[in-house]
Design a protein around this ligand. Sequence first.
Ligand code: SAH
Length: 463
Amino acid sequence: MFQKNMELELLIEDIGVNGEGIGKAGGAAFFVKDAVIGDRVLVKIMKMKKRYGYARLIKVLSPSLYRTKPLCDYYRQCGGCQLQVLAYAQQLQYKERKVRNNLERIGGFRFAEIEQDKQRILFHPVIGMEEPFFYRNKAQFPVGTDKEGKIITGFYAARSHTIISNRSCCLGADINEKILDIVISFMEQHHISAYDEASGTGLVRHVVIRYGFVTKEIMVCLVINGSSMPGADKLAAELQKLPGMTSVLLNVNEEQTNVILGSRVIKLWGQEYISDFIGNVKYRISPLSFYQVNPVQTKKLYETALAYAGLTGREIVWDLYCGIGTISLFLARQSKRVYGVEIVAPAIEDARNNARINGIENVEFFVGKAEEVLPQWYEREKIFADVIVVDPPRKGCDMKCLETIVKMQPERVVYVSCDSATLARDLKYLCERGYELREVQPVDMFPQTTHTECVVGIQRKHI
Ligand code: SAH
């Protein structure tokens, strides 16, 4: 049948996890990079397995109606945006379908017949953005040198650590470009070296920028392979001239690793944090803490989580994987008491500060793994919860955490997820043990990329 080097025509009908187009022929699926849903293409097979193959795009025979002109010149090389040539409405459709498919295929849920114990599972249309560009409040630019030895910064090419020189990214804030210009000219003038991953030598590894969309406060943090930087005060003096500059920091990372930030922060100028608002809650954000990157969509995400929590002011709420307490504080004003659990200690420090600056007193935060803290408290103190919120990283909840949730029997569980496959797996577990899925709301937190976020509402079954 199909063999390597064979050419064939395909209609692209779907998108793979890395944004590649998928077309079918003779019972096999083909993955084609740079092809878009709706394209009719001529491809050449590069690699063939039993039921699927990888093919290279030779020619677009008739372009999809959904193709759009990318905003960024580097979108094909850069690993950041996989979907920029696909019209935004189709990006949204794709994300909705992905969540639905995973919940059906992995979780065994059915949305077509929405009767389940006479209760409907509502699958809501994905919430998109009005302006799906320039939405990120955080950017991390790797610094390196090009073939001529010139210092460059930009983005990693897809699936590699080769830096593509580009200081203006259309997902990030406008101010990033200006900041990078200042940092790179400073490095050139003061002969500060860029880090070289292969040898582990050189000083400046990354420039991390955070921007408060509401407050307009800016943080610049240079990640360095050393414990000091010559002329650092001169750089700080330059950066201070930018309106909104609030925090200029160094972060020490001397490990040969892919992890961007090290654990030590050195203040060069200003505060060690910036502030921002989501709704009317003010958050203090330090360089090491997790903070949602798309503030406009985060508000919609949290409002949905709040609605699914069904609070009346009398509830005890546990917010697991709470980061800097964003969801905890969002829910606190409408609950009796909220307990937050998070593994990163500085994030919990931020969470406690955040509670204080908002005058919120009915919250308490614990440092530790959700799968350890929750069972410990449950076994020792027989703690109770009306509502449990979880917002785990991509790998989903630990089994021990899910087991404890089932033992605690909260009335409602709100699950915020950035990976609908692990979400589906965890929901299946809960729904086989006395819970039922009630509502699903995908929210597009990362336009132009294949990443998909959603929040679901789960209810305890009453016999
Ligand atoms: N709810 C927060 C953070 C969500 S991101 C918000 O919306 O901003 C997931 C968080 O889980 C991160 O802060 C990460 O540090 C934390 N985390 C990862 N593994 C964990 C674990 N096993 N136990 C508790 N927290 C964990």
